[in-house]
Ligand binder design. Structure first.
Ligand SMILES: *[C@@H]1O[C@H](CO)[C@@H](O)[C@H](O)[C@H]1NC(C)=O
Ligand SMILES: *[C@@H]1O[C@H](CO)[C@@H](O)[C@H](O)[C@H]1NC(C)=O
Ligand SMILES: *[C@@H]1O[C@H](CO)[C@@H](O)[C@H](O)[C@H]1NC(C)=O
Ligand SMILES: *[C@@H]1O[C@H](CO)[C@@H](O)[C@H](O)[C@H]1NC(C)=O
Ligand SMILES: *[C@@H]1O[C@H](CO)[C@@H](O)[C@H](O)[C@H]1NC(C)=O
Ligand SMILES: *[C@@H]1O[C@H](CO)[C@@H](O)[C@H](O)[C@H]1NC(C)=O
Length: 525
């Protein structure tokens, strides 16, 4: 019998759906070089012009605090908060101001929520840190861009005063580090220094500021609070230009403040696109892009760790312009966030601070009601209450995968498929969970949604035959709402989880199917 073309196509699609079966080998015992992974791997960098919108002024912002508490409950480790970024270099201090005074440029369709060009803050602005969850580690930036040491000094004094207040101390909130200036490698381009501003000049000015700031904030070899160094937008990966290698070879660590540096902070965005497309979303999610975007830092990480310093991505996210519309704010970006953070972890990047600002497209969280569209700045018919965006699910999934053992190690699984990434998580050196991410973008309007079948084999031991399977359910890669993790949603008025937990019990031998644009977690007992 002749099959109609339509039926034929259908048969081929159905065949393709199950065509791919992949065998994945999983170590049962943590490999010797598998890095420890922190429960706060996915942390936040906040644009400081609207810091009090995030946290609150005279009372806390419950929505934001709930979203942080959800994560804390999974790992026992509070999300770290870095406050600063571009507006850090446009901030001054005035004791007569209670919280902050800001001047914003005009709204445009590409930048619906611009950063303030001028921020003046008072003591209450820093004191608001008291509302963060108990035990939160904080990193705060002070102004270096304006080259006004009095501004940096007054900010530092106010930060110290806030962190030594009874309210902040009782809440166990800890100042891990101060950062002096944001992306100083861009100063010659953005007018904060003259053209040709060199790394040697940078080090000379930085050490002058650091000497004042460390004396003001009592930063010493024995204090907990230290400096983050770098916070550069890019890296030359060499001893010329701006990079950790160049800082070290030009004597930063042997300067008077050198021993007060704990960490090198690198900033990274996947690219600069102010308008989005499906192609761009697939590029962002693609396994090879994520790996090539991060492995370029491998030499920097090795050099930094060899000096005994920590290495992290202190500010990062998908695309500049505060995200590309229809890309950075989508479910596909949640898969990118998860793969990007987990891949960073196994490169020995100890933490990844996703940059968020009120109304930015690439946010994990929108902490306050928005009245303009984040996509084009148009006035919304109905104001949009505080809510989480798709990327928030990546933080939840990473938190669950890492857990609260305090011993978790991570290893990427070797999978010879351009769309499928996988990671094993070990507790007390034993396999505890696996995460699989299928980054093939399934778009609205597409008719077939292929799946990959994965069969596991184990090396060095055999897990229990029973497994639990939990899925991130995504309608389409370009959806902006409606994600469900194990059947549950975080898209609720108070940011708390809602809905019934839905997981499947299965056997290791059965393997798992994972469809395009899906995350699967396998839990071993
Ligand atoms: C910034 O704002 C403060 C307070 O409103 C004002 O005194 C100062 O002149 C402004 N600075 C610039 C550069 O506009
Ligand atoms: C830091 O700079 C401020 C402003 O110039 C000055 O008043 C203060 O004494 C300096 N502190 C130290 C310890 O150098
Ligand atoms: C530097 O900051 C101080 C403290 O806010 C301010 O009084 C002074 O005007 C600033 N200097 C310049 C040149 O802007
Ligand atoms: C914060 O946690 C510490 C240690 O568990 C505890 O002693 C303290 O009372 C807590 N503070 C608040 C405000 O809950
Ligand atoms: C990230 O990878 C993409 C695809 O290879 C490339 O176009 C982009 O330039 C990379 N971005 C960075 C910052 O390396
Ligand atoms: C991460 O650090 C460990 C311990 O120093 C090392 O064995 C491993 O090779 C490092 N991994 C990478 C990708 O550099």
């Amino acid at each position: 019998m002749l099959t109609t073309p339509r039926k034929l196509v259908y048969c081929i699609l159905v065949t393709l759906r199950y065509a791919q079966a992949i065998g994945v080998s999983v170590p049962f015992i943590a490999p010797a070089n598998a890095p420890r992974v922190s429960g706060s791997l996915i942390s936040l960098s906040l644009e400081q012009d609207r810091w009090t919108d995030w946290v609150g002024t005279t009372s806390k912002n419950d929505f934001f605090l709930n979203t942080l508490d959800n994560l804390l409950q999974l790992t026992g480790e509070p999300t770290q908060i870095r406050i600063g970024a571009n507006s850090e270099d446009h901030t001054n201090f005035n004791p007569a101001i209670q919280f902050s005074q800001t001047t914003f440029p005009a709204v445009t369709s590409t930048v619906p929520y611009p950063e303030a060009t001028n921020i003046t803050v008072g003591n209450g602005y820093y004191q608001a840190v008291q509302f963060l969850p108990n035990g939160t580690h904080v990193i705060w930036g002070v102004n270096f861009g304006a080259n006004n040491i009095t501004a940096a000094f007054m900010e530092t004094r106010a930060i110290l005063q806030a962190f030594s207040s009874p309210a902040v101390r009782n809440a166990g909130i800890i100042l891990d580090a101060l950062e002096i200036g944001n992306e100083a490698d861009l100063y010659p381009n953005n007018g904060l220094r003259v053209k040709g501003f060199s790394l040697a000049e940078y080090i000379q000015e930085w050490t002058t500021f650091a000497s004042n700031v460390s004396a003001t904030a009592s930063i010493s070899r024995t204090s907990h609070t230290k400096f983050w160094a770098g916070s550069f937008a890019g890296s030359s990966h060499s001893t010329s230009g701006f990079s950790p290698q160049a800082l070290f070879s030009n004597g930063l660590l042997s300067s008077a403040s050198g021993p007060l540096i704990s960490t090198f902070s690198q900033h990274h965005y996947s690219g600069s696109f102010c308008s989005g497309s499906g192609g761009l979303l697939q590029d962002l999610m693609t396994k090879a892009t994520i790996r090539s975007n991060l492995t370029i830092y491998a030499p920097d990480i090795i050099e930094t760790r060899a000096k005994g310093l920590d290495y992290l991505l202190g500010e990062t996210n998908s695309y500049s312009c505060h995200g590309a519309p229809g890309v950075s704010n989508t479910a596909g970006a949640a898969l990118w966030t998860l793969d990007y953070a987990l891949f960073a972890a196994q490169l020995n990047i100890s933490r990844v601070y996703f940059h968020d600002g009120v109304g930015f497209k690439y946010n994990l969280i929108q902490p306050v009601t928005l009245t303009r569209s984040i996509l084009d700045g148009s006035t919304l018919a109905t104001p949009l209450a505080a809510h989480v965006q798709p990327q928030y699910y990546a933080a939840i999934i990473a938190g669950e995968a890492i857990g609260n053992s305090g011993t978790t190690q991570i290893a990427e699984l070797s999978i010879s498929n351009a769309r499928l990434a996988g990671y094993a998580f070990f507790e007390h050196s034993r396999l505890a969970r696996i995460i699989l991410i299928n980054s093939d973008a399934f778009f609205q309007g597409a008719t077939s949604r292929p799946a990959i079948h994965v069969d596991f084999s184990f090396v060095g031991g055999t897990p229990d035959s029973q497994i639990t399977v939990k899925r991130l359910n995504v309608g389409h890669a370009d959806d902006v709402t409606g994600l469900k993790w194990g059947g549950q949603t975080y898209e609720t008025p108070d940011g708390r989880v809602a809905g019934d937990l839905s997981v499947q019990t299965s056997t290791v031998a059965a393997g798992v199917d994972i469809q395009s644009t899906e995350v699967v977690m396998i839990l071993f007992t």
